[in-house]
Design a protein around this ligand. Sequence first.
Ligand code: SAM
Length: 233
Amino acid sequence: MSWDEAFAIRYEEWSARMTADVAFYVGLARRTDGPLVELAVGNGRVAIPVALATGRRVIGVDASPAMLSQARTRAAEEGVDLDLHEGDMRDLSLDEPAGLIYCPFGSLLHLPTWADRRRAFERVAGSLRPDGRFAWNALAFDHHLAARLDGQHQDEPVPHTVRFAVGDNRIDLVQDDGATSSRWWATKNEWFGHIDVAGLEVESLHGGFAGEPFTDESREYVFVVRRRGPAGS
Ligand SMILES: C[S@@+](CC[C@H](N)C(=O)[O-])C[C@H]1O[C@@H](n2cnc3c(N)ncnc32)[C@H](O)[C@@H]1O
């Protein structure tokens, strides 16, 4: 299980420091025509500002009833329209092709295997308008950080311990009450493999949300991809 429902209880505190991505996804949504879709929408942390900034309804898919319930409450408080669906991003199915599908905060890493992610990418590619885009960000595994953090207890943002299972390329975030969120890190070549196999192509890869170039020192992948045109186009 990659996402423990108990992790939802303190998610707002957990994610409070993650703000840098919001303007990035809002900016993409502003220059997009057609439906806007967030995969793994969670409590609406990004979808609500996107809906507020664009004045458009955002479709959100998430597997967690607890997170969706928070998203409903927050959207009502902000007076925005989210079209929320409980479901698995591997089974994405839209009534109308999307202009933008996005997946913030490394949520694609909750899918444990290459096959799971391939399925999600294929669903995304099949759900985009011809000019549509798919955007996501995810951590780049940092062995220095892993060596420093593995097994260490941390008090912030919520008391927890990080554990690295290198053989399974997995990071477990275990809160003191046992609530656990697991993510499986991916390399740049794995991302390029998914993009290729799904019939997509890279529009941009940056090392941060402010357009930093992606280099050997980058610790974050920020991808924007689109459907690949016919060969020779
Ligand atoms: C780190 S939270 C991100 C929430 C929100 N997008 C944000 O940026 O704050 C990860 C979310 O992924 C969802 N999730 C995990 N696996 C999923 C799956 N297979 N399909 C849909 N949602 C999934 C969890 O329920 C959780 O809400």
